[in-house]
Ligand binder design. Structure first.
Ligand code: ADP
Ligand SMILES: Cc1cn([C@H]2C[C@H](O)[C@@H](COP(=O)(O)O)O2)c(=O)[nH]c1=O
Length: 267
């Protein structure tokens, strides 16, 4: 439960910053209306729905999704100096060093042995970020507990690199978490890139653990993302999806983010 005074302050700050507004959000298949934040009052004749209520109490939660090296961190960096917005990057450093161990590196070396170890820890750290209170009206996260499960766990399992029992245990954990904890998301921003673009950017970034990643791996991740967020045929999609073509260079991406600031921030 949020403190009413904090909610009031957020609303005050918010209307000062941007004023009342609403906008259309283009989704993978459908076009959805992003509801007004957080103007509506609850009452007998209120049209407020559960999503509006969540925004009012928790603020707006935006998850930036996309393939490895698609430009998610750069997107968060772009918006990080926006007043009223707090960014939460993926805790990759933790995945590379938990009490002196490197589960990310171990997983890439031997996914059959270490996939469960990494994904258990990713799930925990993602849960931590989803539930971290934010003092800003907008919380922008890099990925989510949903993509960790629907993309990365599924990929390990479907490619035969995760044992049935490991998959079953992770799935039990995941299902318990999403039914017991409020992990609502208001908008998913999907940075859509070709696997080739990601491969090039990944090579330029040179993260040690990822040297072993072949182009085929990025194809597999890409196709799981497309099924989940664009075709919407695989797993539940927890929020409206805004698809952005992220194959363009950094300068063009910045221009696009600036020009589409309001729809990207779900305003
Ligand atoms: N639009 C772009 N054009 C060219 N290079 C990019 C672009 N966006 C990001 N990069 C570079 O690609 C690499 C991966 O970007 P990053 O933002 O870390 O992606 P992610 O967080 O999705 O893994 C970084 O070296 C970054 O500087
Ligand atoms: C969420 C998640 C990530 N990973 C891996 C994939 C990449 O090597 C890094 C994240 O880096 P990115 O540039 O931000 O994509 O972590 C994983 O193996 N499992 C996961 O659930």
């Amino acid at each position: 439960m949020s403190c009413p005074a904090l909610v009031w302050c957020r609303r005050k700050l918010w209307s000062k910053l941007i004023g009342p507004t609403s906008g259309a959000v283009g989704c993978g298949k459908k076009s959805l209306i992003a509801s007004t934040f957080p103007i509506m009052q609850r009452g007998l004749f209120s049209t407020e729905n559960a999503g509006d209520q969540n925004k009012r109490e928790k603020g707006t939660v935006i998850c930036v999704e996309g393939n490895i090296a698609s430009g998610k961190t750069s997107c968060l960096d772009f918006f990080s100096n926006t007043v009223g917005l707090e960014v939460f990057k993926e805790p990759v450093d933790k995945w590379r060093n938990v009490r002196g161990h490197n589960p990310l590196g171990l997983m890439y070396q031997d996914p059959n042995r270490w996939g469960l170890t990494l994904q258990t820890y990713v799930q925990l750290t993602m849960l931590d970020i989803h539930t971290k209170p934010s003092i800003s009206p907008i919380k922008m996260m890099e990925r989510s507990i949903y993509s960790a499960k629907y993309i990365f766990v599924e990929n390990l399992y479907q490619s035969g690199k995760m044992a049935d029992v490991d998959y079953a245990v992770l799935t039990e954990w995941f299902e318990w978490i999403i039914k017991s904890v409020n992990l609502s998301v208001d908008l998913i921003v999907y940075l859509k890139t070709s696997p080739e673009t990601c491969y090039q950017r990944l090579k330029n970034r040179c993260r040690e653990e990822e040297r072993v990643i072949p182009l085929e791996y990025l194809y597999a991740i890409h196709s799981l993302y497309e099924e989940w967020l664009v075709k919407q045929t695989s797993y539940p999609v927890p929020a409206p999806v805004l698809v952005i073509d992220a194959n363009k260079d950094l300068e063009e991406m910045s221009r696009h983010y600036e020009e589409n600031r309001r729809s990207i921030l779900s305003l």
